[in-house]
Design a protein around this ligand. Structure first.
Ligand code: AMP
Ligand code: MG
Length: 445
């Protein structure tokens, strides 16, 4: 292995890709990982690997939706009407009596409707009568406040399809279908490595000549936000032999994230060292800002992302490339961050040729439409503006800049909301979009 002979990259390596092409290159190589069985208690955030069928009808009988009286609707036609109470049915009971005309049964929410009754009158529409009687105050139509047998699920039917992402509602539905154990896609195992002689580890003492290793932790958190606990490999120095040892270890994972050392400096050894370890590199450099010197390769089933050292660049590259790959491996169908249109509060300058991701904060204006404002310095080393940002505003690559008041697309950060397609600002934002966003999106003050 010769770590010193790699600049520029091999001529066959595609470079200067668009974000969209780079995403397509990565996602063309991903497929959901195999299935594993886990306890329902651990299933949140995972993706179903098999269809789930109902094991029974639910509700198991026609049941009351209210506390009240099971009656025959015809008996209430000339309300007020006095009916004799002949039974008292609670949830879980089996009705004993078939109602005759002029009779009713006290019934609780969830209790089975007795034979002879065809509707339910709510307690609020009744008044206690003398002895065992009740006065029904209003006429009720047949089939009021009755939930029909199997209206929620029918035995044998598929209630949740393979590929469903498991949220709290899904966990509830799985419990309803009595799935104590659930078949889900395996989650990718992720390793994170930082590289650079200048880096000071989080728990190392302060050294005035060094800079703190931020990337290990920012990337860790981005992975954790996807429900995956990564392994932190530490910091490799800019030395091919040392790097090689770290990288070989990382290549045992499903995803290896390396930050730093992948640019054109004479001490950037990451890409040649990976090549020497048998990693096939598929692209290097994407026409984006920040994040230009990003590279992607594979060895066997391991996906290797060489992320730029600058902390914001590495986070932005994670958002565009690692996140969709990670979600695809975990079996998700929605791979991309949710975007929404927002109106710029100020003008933005841009050099055409690269798509730009600008850190912005979002707020709603008086009419409920989102307004985006710069979150501060757009330097790729400024983690603080990343900490403030609600999203990344997309300045399309052809744009020379955007005027104040113009609408642009914003990728939301860390909201847990995803969408089906990558939207990268190359389609116009319609007025309809703006209104839809203001009606349905819930973030912002
Ligand atoms: P490189 O990609 O190695 O040329 O690094 C580009 C810039 O990012 C340099 O200023 C590095 O000091 C900085 N950098 C690299 N790795 C990290 C890291 N793990 N945490 C914070 N800054 C980093
Ligand atoms: Mg470096």
């Amino acid at each position: 292995m010769n770590g010193k002979s790699s600049k520029p990259a091999s001529p066959s390596l595609p470079g200067g890709l668009s974000v969209r092409d780079a995403q397509a290159c990565i996602l063309g190589k991903t497929a959901p990982l195999g299935a594993e069985d886990i306890a329902l208690e651990r299933a949140l955030g995972r993706v179903l690997a098999a269809d789930v069928r109902a094991d029974r009808d639910l509700p198991p009988h026609d049941i009351s939706a209210m506390d009240g009286y099971a009656v025959c609707a015809a008996d209430t036609a000339d309300a007020p009407a006095r009916l004799k109470i002949v039974d008292d049915i609670r949830a879980g009971d089996t009705p004993r009596v078939t109602l005759q005309r002029g009779q009713c049964a006290r019934i609780m929410t969830g209790a089975p409707v007795p034979a002879g009754a065809d509707t339910v009158v709510r307690v609020e529409d009744t008044r206690p009568g003398p002895d065992d009687a009740v006065d029904i105050l209003i006429p009720v139509r047949a089939a009021t406040d009755i939930r029909r047998r199997a209206e929620n699920m029918r035995r044998g039917e598929i209630v949740l399809a393979a590929g469903t992402g498991i949220g709290p509602g899904t966990v509830g539905a799985l419990a309803t279908a009595k799935q104590a154990t659930v078949a889900v896609h395996r989650q990718p195992r992720v390793a994170i490595l930082s590289s650079g002689n200048e880096l000071e580890a989080l728990r190392e003492p302060f050294d005035p000549g060094k800079i703190p290793d931020a990337n290990t932790y920012a990337l860790m958190a981005q992975v954790q936000a996807q429900g995956v606990e990564p392994d932190l490999l530490g910091i490799a120095r800019d030395d091919p032999a040392e790097l090689s040892g770290f990288l070989e270890r990382g290549l045992g994972y499903d995803i290896l994230l390396v930050s730093g050392g992948a640019s054109v400096g004479v001490h950037d050894h990451v890409r040649p060292t990976l090549a020497a370890l048998g990693v096939a590199m598929h692209f290097w450099r994407v026409e984006m800002r920040p994040g230009h010197p990003v590279a992607f390769g594979t060895r066997g089933r391991c996906f290797v992302f060489c992320l730029p050292g600058n902390p914001v660049s590495s986070m932005v590259c994670f958002e565009q490339f690692v996140l969709p790959a990670l979600r695809a491996l975990a079996g998700h169908r929605r791979l991309f961050r949710r975007t929404l249109p927002a109106r710029l509060t100020h003008a933005v300058e841009s050099r055409p040729g690269r798509i730009e991701f600008m850190r912005v904060t979002l707020a709603r204006d008086a009419s409920g439409i989102y307004e985006a404002a710069s979150a501060g310095s757009q330097s790729s080393g400024d983690m603080l503006s990343m900490a403030r940002a609600d999203g990344l505003l997309i300045v399309p690559s052809a744009s020379k800049g955007l005027a104040a008041g113009e609408t642009a697309r914003v990728q939301l950060l860390e909201t847990g909301a995803y969408q089906d397609e990558a939207e990268l600002g190359d389609e116009p934002c319609s007025q309809k979009d703006v209104h839809r966003a203001s009606l349905h999106d819930t973030i912002g003050p």
